[in-house]
Design a protein around this ligand. Structure first.
Ligand SMILES: [Cu+2]
Length: 158
């Protein structure tokens, strides 16, 4: 009973969030979005982002499916230490989190991704990246071990 209550409350919150910011029917959860009109990253293997603090270099090695889709996605990212703008050694044993966010509606995703080292130097699998609504999602990858840093990957899904 308690569990059922919590689930319906969460569902209600997401519904309210989507409706409250709807200015047109194109923002509706059910409707596809024309991603060609949206500003977002285009995935290429090794898509590189330097962390905002200049301490970590992020390379998105793969997205599955590619391109990203509405629903659950699996990403692989490689982290390397960075100093004075120069990319150094791969970072093993890093503590990472990933949080998808939809800026148009100011909401996130209810599913927390699991992050696992792949065994390749500085490489981690992140799954699921849950992009549950059509539109642009900004997913922030945050490293909290060592010098904290973060980078944002932005993808449009339908
Ligand atoms: Cu949304």
């Amino acid at each position: 009973m308690r569990t059922i209550t919590m689930i319906s409350t969460a569902a209600a919150l997401f519904s309210v969030g989507a409706c409250a910011t709807n200015s047109s029917t194109s923002d509706n959860e059910q409707d596809p979005v024309d991603c060609s009109t949206q500003t977002a990253d285009t995935f290429t293997t090794g898509l590189d982002k330097q962390g905002v603090n200049g301490a970590v270099d992020f390379k998105l090695q793969s997205v599955d499916p590619a391109p990203s889709v509405r629903g659950n996605n699996t990403w692989v990212v490689q982290l390397s230490a960075m100093s004075a703008g120069v990319v150094g050694s791969p970072m093993d044993g890093a503590t990472i989190s990933a949080s998808p966010f939809m800026p148009a509606h100011q909401h996130g995703s209810p599913i927390t991704p699991v992050i696992t080292a792949t065994g390749n130097p500085g490489e981690y699998e992140i799954t699921p990246i849950n992009l549950w609504m059509p539109g642009v999602w900004q997913t922030t990858l945050t490293v909290t071990s060592g010098t904290a840093d973060r980078a944002v990957y932005s993808f449009c899904v339908n």
